[in-house]
Design a protein around this ligand. Structure first.
Ligand code: ADP
Ligand code: ASP
Ligand code: MG
Length: 410
């Protein structure tokens, strides 16, 4: 008998019919003798609807109140699934993040899970119940409701799997696994049956939203295998992707996939003094405001001054620009500017460690299609470039083809 944590995303619970299909699937796993904990997202479109309501009334409002609102979508799904399972004769019990004792920090809107007290869930499982937990939410030390950032139900699922020492964490979504790139952008993207957690970590952090980055971080840290599958497949023997330790993957591939991210914005401060501590003067206040910086570029100085460019999440742009303008005044900088129409494209692959020349192959392919590169950053297993947003899809297709990733090329 195994303990399985299953997470169902928004489209998988998007209607009463879809919820019924989920309930049937959960029952099939139960009938095999497995214990099942189910994590649910809000019904598709619901979180966007709640965000729009907030923006209509008071977009500048307190993040605490926003989380009170945003967390409700998942609460509806969990209750509906519990009712559906009960109607099928299965004992099921639903819990919000707070009821499930998922303790987080107080970073509203992007809270991190600190601890889970799983004793209540274990008692229910021992009593033969199916436990349903609302994804994307928790409670801070003061009892406030928190949310984990968009896509955060994946993280709830992996964190629960770790806390419960589950055998596998299954992420059910609307695609039957991880592909070489988003199949909605490149229709002949290739299915990847097995993928290293390290590679998935890079893919997710570079924008492949099939799994939330923090979910993969958890899985990597605690060695929890994740299986990505489709809730739209009829049986339980369809295709899937197992994301697991690198040692368990036989073949090493130079470029595994192409990831992209439209959610970035670029900020530049010009004419700052070229002296020790200036990077800290610029980025310190940004990080104090809990804004994550992605790429950083400092030009070679001349005449005692230099320019400094960095990228952040687009949602943080207004705050970051305000902070940067204050810094510019303090430092006596010449000018601040920003661009929200940029995008980042990355190639990711464990085999890059041992292959030279991947970067030049990437730059050559982009140049051939006339795509200008604005920033570059590399790590051991990825190369990212920032391009104008209007070239994003072209860049993704170009790189997908240049590295022979299409299904046909297999
Ligand atoms: P859910 O609501 O189930 O969490 P998401 O929309 O968050 O689903 O994630 C699934 C989507 O991720 C797919 O529909 C697909 O468009 C997108 N996606 C992005 N990159 C990839 C990739 N490399 N492989 C598979 N799907 C991807
Ligand atoms: N409902 C939340 C979102 O849309 C969390 C999730 O689906 O994972 O981002
Ligand atoms: Mg998701």
């Amino acid at each position: 008998m195994a303990l399985i944590v299953q997470k169902y995303g928004g489209t998988s619970v998007g209607s009463p019919e879809r919820i019924t299909e989920v309930a049937k699937r959960v029952l099939r796993w139960r009938e095999k003798g497995d214990d099942v904990v189910v994590v649910v997202s809000a019904m598709s479109g619901e979180t966007n609807r709640l965000v729009a309501l907030i923006n209509e009334l008071n977009p500048e409002g307190l993040a605490r109140e926003k989380d009170v609102i945003l967390s409700t979508g998942e609460q509806v799904s969990m209750g509906l699934l519990a009712l559906c399972l009960q109607a099928m004769g299965c004992e099921a019990r639903s819990y919000t993040g707070r009821q499930a004792r998922i303790l987080t920090d107080s970073a509203f809107g992007k809270a991190r899970i600190r601890e889970i007290d799983a004793s209540l869930i274990k008692t229910d499982l021992d009593a033969g119940k199916v436990v349903i937990v609302a994804g994307f939410q928790g409670v801070d030390a003061d009892g406030n409701i928190t949310t984990l950032g968009r896509g955060g139900s994946d993280t709830t699922a992996v964190a629960l799997a770790v806390a419960l020492e589950a055998d596998e964490c299954q992420i059910y979504t609307d695609v039957d696994g991880v592909y070489t790139t988003d199949p909605r952008v490149v229709s002949d993207a290739r299915h990847i049956p097995k993928l290293a957690l390290e590679e998935m970590l890079e893919m997710a952090s570079q924008g492949s939203k099939v799994l939330q980055i923090r979910a993969v971080e958890f899985a990597y840290k605690y060695d929890m295998p994740i299986r990505v599958l489709s809730s739209f497949d009829d049986g339980d023997d369809g295709k899937s992707t197992l994301v697991t330790r690198e040692e368990d993957i036989m073949e090493e591939v130079m470029v595994r996939g192409v990831a992209f991210n439209r959610d970035e914005a670029q900020l530049t401060i010009k004419g700052v003094p070229d002296k020790p501590g200036v990077a800290f003067d610029i980025l310190g206040p940004i990080s104090d405001a809990n804004i994550e910086v992605d790429m950083i570029l400092q030009n070679v100085g001349s005449d005692g001054s230099t320019d400094f460019t960095f990228t952040i999440h687009r949602n943080d742009y207004p705050d970051a620009m305000r902070i940067l303008q204050e810094t510019a005044n303090t430092l006596g900088a010449a000018d601040c500017s920003g661009d929200q129409r940029i995008a980042k494209v990355s190639i990711v692959g464990g085999g890059m460690r041992s292959h030279a020349g991947v970067a030049s192959q990437m730059f050559e392919a982009l140049a051939k299609d006339g795509i200008n590169i604005r920033m570059i950053s590399t790590s051991e297993i990825k190369i990212s470039v920032v391009v104008d947003e209007k070239y994003l899809e072209l860049a993704v297709r170009t790189l997908h083809e240049a590295f022979g990733l299409s299904a046909e090329a297999a």
